[in-house]
Write a protein that binds this ligand. Structure first.
Ligand code: ADP
Ligand code: MG
Length: 693
C-alpha cells in the first residue's frame, strides 16, 4: 500500500501539475487568473486544456464533465468523451473553449423562473480557483452555472461573489490598521460531516428510507443513545474498513479528511476535514458526501445524510467552522500578541457579532430544509434561534469593555481596546458550549445549524455577505474618525452594547431559552415555509443587492425554488407513508389479527384461556381501523394541497396540515408495531436498523 503522501492529491490537476506541465508564460497567466481574477485568454485556455487532457488520460480518464452545483443542492455533471472523429478512427481532443464554457442541457434544473423556456439552456463557466480532478474516470472541471442573462443558477456563483466582497471589505479595514503587506484575504471553512451507516439489505426493505431518506414510521427500540456508549466508542471493523477506503479515495482527490469517529447516536459517525478556502471546502464537502454514499454501497452499507433519519435519535448536521485569513497567514479571528493586533481582533469579533445579530433570520434561512426542520429544536440540536456563544473569558472581557470597567485579570486600569493585551485564554476551553448554534471556539466560529445533507455554500454566502456589510459600515465610521484609537474603542463598545442580545452562554437546548429569546426579540422561525419568505424582507434584499451577491431577481427565484422543493419533498414523504400504510402495514396487522383470531377460536374450542390473544386482537383491530381512517384522511389532504397554488401557501399547508396528519398516522402505526409479533412486521425495526452494523 502506498503512503498517504504518495496518494494525496494524485487525482487533482493542482498547482504542482500545472507548474510541471505548462510552459512558464502559460503557467503565469493562469496563476494571474486564479489569484487576481484576470480574464483568461482563449489561447492560454487551449494550452491548459491540452495539458489537462493529457494528464487525465494518463490517469485513465476517457471523459470530461463540467461539474457544477445547481440549486438542487447536489452536484450535476454531463459526461463527454475526449474522442473526436478523424479519418480512419479517432483522436483525443479537448479545447480551451470546452474547458472554459459548457452548455449543459439544463432545462430540468430548477431556476425559479429565471430562464424563460425559449432560452432554456444555461451555461457553465470554469472556476479556475478550484482545481480540476478525476472521478469515475472522468475529468471534472469545477464550474459556475449561469443563465444567458448572467443570473446565477447555482450555489457557487453567489458564494464566490460573497468571498470577493468580503475580501475587499476586510482589506480596507486592515489598511486602517496600517497593514500594507496583506494583498488578499480569504474566508476559510472546515465542515465537519455527520452521517449514519445502515445495512444495505435492511435499508432496501424500507420504502421510506429508499424514497425519502428517513423513517416515516418506527417504534422506539428499548435501547437508544441514553448510555452514551457509542460516542467516540471503538469503531466496528466493518465501519472501519469503510472509513479507511473513504479516507484514501478522498485523499486522492485532495480532500483533507482528518478525523473519523463515532457520533452520539448508534450507527452515527462523523468525518472532519482540515479547513481550507471556502469555495474549495464547499467543493470538497460535495465530493465527500458523494463518495460517502458511493463507497458505502461497496461495503454492503448505505450512508444516510438525512438530517433526521430516526425519530428520537440524534439527527445529523454539519458544523461549519468559519474564519478569515490573510495571504500572509494570519487568522484574523485569532487573539493577537500585541495591543494593536488585539484591537483588530476585537473589531473583527464585534463585526461578526453584529452581522449575526442583524442577519440572524438570513442565517437561519440558509439552513432551512424539510429535513432540518425535524432537527432544529429537537433535543440534540440547537433550536431555530440563532445565538452566539463566546465562552466565559471572552464574554467577561467584552463586559469590561462595554462597562468601561476593570477586567479581573488586569490590574487597576480600565479595559481599553487598543491599549491592553488580552489575557491569553486557552483555545479549547473546557466550558465549550455544545448547544450553541454559533460558537466562538478560540480562533474561529462554529455554526452548527447546517443540515447534514445541505451544501455549505448557502450558509457561507450569508455569513460572508453579512460580515461584509458590517465591515463596510465600520470602515465608514473609522475612516472618517479624527482619533482612530478612541473611535475604535467606542465602536467596539457600542457594538457590543447594541448587539448583546445575541450573546447567550447558557443551555440552548433548554425550553426556557425559547422564552428568554422571545423576550430579547430574537427571531425564531420554526419551519422552512415560515422562514424562507423572510429572505425577501426589505432588509435582506438590501443586504444581498447592495453587496452585489444576489440581484433581487435571483433572490426571488431562490425563494421560490426553496419553497417548491420543500413542498415536493413533503409530497413524496406523504405519498410514501400512504403506500406503506396501505400496502404493508395495515395488511400485516390484519394478517396477524387473523392469526390471533384463529388461535382464540381454537383455544376456546379446547376451553383454554385466550386473554392475551383477545386483548391484542381487539386493540390491533381498533388501531388498524383508526390507521385506515387516518390514511384516507391523509390521501385526501395530499390531493387538496397539491391542487392549491402559490409556492408559500402550498408549502405552509404541507407543513401545517399534511405533516401533522403524517405524524398522527405514525403514532398509530408505531403503537401497532409495539404489540405485533416481530415476524409479522413488514419492515425492519429501529433496533434492526440501528444495531446491525
Ligand atoms: P473540534 O471542533 O472537534 O474540537 P477543531 O477545533 O480542531 O475540532 O476543528 C474543527 C474543525 O474546524 C476542523 O474541520 C478544522 O479544520 C476547522 N478549523 C480549524 N481552524 C479553522 C479556521 N481558522 N478556519 C476554518 N476552520 C477551521
Ligand atoms: Mg465541532
Amino acid at each position: 500500500m502506498s503512503t498517504i503522501a504518495e496518494i494525496f492529491g494524485t487525482m487533482v490537476f493542482d498547482d504542482k501539475e500545472m507548474k510541471a506541465r505548462l510552459p512558464e508564460d502559460i503557467y503565469n497567466s493562469i496563476q494571474n487568473t486564479i489569484k487576481n481574477g484576470k480574464h483568461l485568454d482563449l489561447a492560454v485556455a487551449n494550452v491548459v486544456a491540452k495539458a489537462m487532457m493529457e494528464w487525465a488520460i494518463e490517469k485513465g480518464a476517457t471523459h470530461y464533465t463540467h461539474w457544477f452545483q445547481p440549486m438542487t443542492g447536489i452536484t450535476a455533471e454531463k459526461h463527454d468523451s475526449f474522442i473526436s472523429p478523424k479519418e480512419n478512427g479517432v483522436i483525443m481532443d479537448f479545447r480551451g473553449k470546452e474547458l472554459v464554457r459548457g452548455e449543459p442541457d439544463a432545462s430540468s434544473f430548477p431556476s425559479g423562473g429565471l430562464r424563460a423556456t425559449f432560452e432554456a439552456r444555461g451555461y457553465t463557466a470554469w472556476d479556475p480557483t478550484s482545481y480540476a480532478f478525476i472521478k469515475d474516470e472522468t475529468l471534472c472541471i469545477p464550474t459556475a452555472f449561469c443563465s444567458y442573462g448572467g443570473e446565477a443558477l447555482d450555489k457557487k456563483t453567489p458564494l464566490l461573489r460573497s468571498m470577493e466582497v468580503l475580501g475587499k471589505a476586510t482589506m480596507k479595514i486592515l489598511k486602517l490598521f496600517g497593514n500594507e503587506s496583506v494583498t488578499s484575504v480569504r474566508t476559510t471553512v472546515g465542515a465537519e460531516q455527520e452521517y449514519f451507516l445502515i445495512d444495505k439489505e435492511m435499508f432496501n426493505k424500507r420504502p421510506d428510507l429508499v424514497y425519502t431518506g428517513r423513517t416515516l414510521f418506527g417504534a422506539r427500540p428499548p435501547k437508544g443513545q441514553e448510555l452514551d456508549d457509542h460516542y467516540f466508542g471503538s469503531i466496528k471493523s466493518r465501519v472501519l474498513a469503510y472509513m479507511k477506503e473513504l479516507d484514501r479515495e478522498l485523499w486522492k482527490l485532495g480532500v483533507l479528511a482528518k478525523t473519523e469517529h463515532n457520533e452520539a447516536a448508534p450507527a452515527q459517525h462523523e468525518l472532519a476535514p482540515v479547513f481550507t478556502t471556502t469555495n474549495l471546502a464547499t467543493d470538497h464537502n460535495q465530493i465527500t458526501m458523494e463518495l460517502m454514499q458511493k463507497i458505502a454501497k461497496k461495503h454492503g452499507l448505505v450512508c444516510v445524510l438525512h438530517e433526521k433519519p430516526f425519530a428520537g435519535v440524534s439527527g445529523s448536521g454539519k458544523h461549519n467552522n468559519w474564519s478569515l485569513s490573510t495571504n500572509t497567514g494570519v487568522n484574523l479571528l485569532e487573539p493577537g500578541e500585541t495591543p494593536y493586533e488585539n484591537a483588530q481582533f476585537l473589531l473583527f469579533l464585534s463585526a461578526v457579532i453584529k452581522a449575526v445579530d442583524d442577519y440572524q433570520d438570513a442565517l437561519r434561512i440558509s439552513v432551512a430544509s424539510a429535513g432540518n426542520d425535524h432537527r432544529l429544536g429537537a433535543a440534540e440540536a440547537p433550536p431555530a434561534i440563532v445565538s452566539i456563544f463566546l465562552g466565559d473569558e471572552l464574554a467577561a472581557i467584552l463586559d469590561a469593555i462595554e462597562n468601561g470597567e476593570k477586567y479581573a485579570s488586569k490590574e487597576k486600569e480600565n479595559m481599553r481596546v487598543g491599549v491592553h493585551i488580552l489575557p491569553k485564554f486557552p483555545k479549547d476551553t473546557t466550558d465549550r458550549n455544545r448547544t450553541s448554534p454559533f460558537a466562538f471556539t478560540g480562533n474561529k466560529f462554529e455554526f452548527r445549524m447546517v443540515g447534514a445533507s445541505a451544501s455549505i455554500a448557502d450558509t457561507n454566502t450569508v455569513i460572508n455577505t453579512a460580515v461584509t456589510q458590517v465591515l463596510n459600515e465600520f470602515y465608514e465610521i473609522l475612516s472618517n474618525a479624527e482619533d482612530f484609537t478612541s473611535a475604535l474603542h467606542n465602536l467596539v463598545r457600542d457594538t457590543i452594547k447594541a448587539h448583546k442580545r445575541i450573546l447567550f452562554n447558557g443551555n440552548g437546548y433548554d425550553k426556557s431559552w425559547t422564552e428568554e429569546a422571545k423576550k430579547r426579540g430574537l427571531s425564531n422561525l420554526e419551519t422552512t415555509p415560515e422562514a424562507i419568505p423572510h429572505l425577501l424582507d426589505e432588509k435582506n434584499i438590501k443586504l444581498f443587492v447592495d453587496n452585489k451577491v444576489f440581484s433581487e431577481k435571483e433572490l426571488r427565484a431562490r425563494c421560490e425554488i426553496l419553497l417548491e422543493s420543500y413542498s415536493k419533498l413533503i409530497n413524496i414523504e406523504a405519498l410514501t407513508a400512504v403506500d406503506m400504510s396501505n400496502q404493508m402495514i395495515m395488511p400485516a396487522v390484519s394478517k396477524y389479527t387473523k392469526e390471533l383470531s384463529k388461535t382464540i377460536e381454537m383455544k376456546k374450542a379446547l376451553g383454554i384461556d385466550a386473554e392475551y390473544e383477545i386483548e391484542v386482537a381487539r386493540k390491533l383491530s381498533t388501531l388498524n381501523s383508526s390507521a385506515y381512517k387516518k390514511t384516507k384522511e391523509l390521501e385526501i389532504d395530499i390531493a387538496r394541497v397539491k391542487a392549491l397554488t402559490g409556492a408559500e401557501k402550498v408549502a405552509k399547508e404541507y407543513a401545517n396540515s399534511v405533516l401533522v396528519k403524517m405524524a398522527d398516522l405514525r403514532a398509530l402505526v408505531d403503537e401497532m408495531e409495539s404489540i405485533t409479533a416481530k415476524e409479522y412486521w413488514p419492515v425492519p425495526t429501529y433496533g434492526d436498523l440501528l444495531f446491525s452494523v
